[in-house]
Design a protein around this ligand. Sequence first.
Ligand code: DAH
Length: 328
Amino acid sequence: MDEKSIKSCNSLSELEKLRVSIFGKKGYFVGQFAKMKTVADKEKKNFAQKLNKDKEYFLNLLNSKKMQLESQAIAIEMKKDRVDVTLFNSTSEAGALHPVMDTMDKIIEYFVSMNFSIEEGPLVEDDFHNFEALNLPKHHPARDMQDTFYFEDNMLLRTHTSPVQIRTMLKTDPPIRMICPGAVFRRDYDLTHTPMFHQVEGLVVGKSGEISFANLKYILKDFLKYMFGEVEVRFRPSFFPFTEPSTEVDISCIFCKGKGCRVCSHTGWLEVLGSGCVHENVFKAVNYKDVSGYAFGLGVERFAMLLHKIPDLRSLFEGDLRLLEQFR
Ligand code: DAH
């Protein structure tokens, strides 16, 4: 038993050997306490006191050495496993937003900057919100414009984001200035249609005579310039049951600058959204009186395809990394 070898010990296994030689069954102290028998009676007390003192001393010495060696071992392990996050790693691969979500964000950014609120509605809708209240009564031929997925009991997958107009008007008093981004569903599948796609709906309502077609024209022109840069914007008379008058909005073709090409079918124009002044029957359905307003709706995938020159809409939903990697 010696102090020096404990103090200079530098491995836990060595220390354990030393501990056994001191405190083990055949160790120093067991041997010493056995000697008590042979000690003269008057010496016994002193002898035992000294042994106990020594025992405590060595116990402390071993323990503190053990702690020291253990924390040294931990420090060494930590050093080995440390990851230097500042090191450059040429193989790291950052992800990116999907082009549809990226386009959606840009659209939302514009309207939020114009003080529009963002509203949401359910994907599983009822007939009233998706059709009836939007001036599309049962058997109205315009229902054919939208091939619908039906459930039982008049429930369906919403075919457009327009039902959120109705929900918002039913729960709030005018004025309203809202957009609703979200997924919609139709029974369609080809180069330019997928059964699920995304729309952004817009609705502005104020007092009667306060919101006019001129306001609609201004905001949509400004918005389309924000999205596509310096383009011509054209309002073309059209029909939607929920607006009167209704217009479809075109921009000059961003590929040929209006000269005519394959993408714009040699017309020089690209159709990008539908809009109009809110039909009085829609206001009647939500019990709004003495108001005026405009609404618009657009397909986010169409915007993404134009912005990123993607020829096949379906490729946006196939999750092919070779396409997605280009949007990093
Ligand atoms: N809901 C229409 C659709 O899905 C898009 C639309 C057109 C929305 C005109 C509107 C609007 O709010 O005024 O085809």
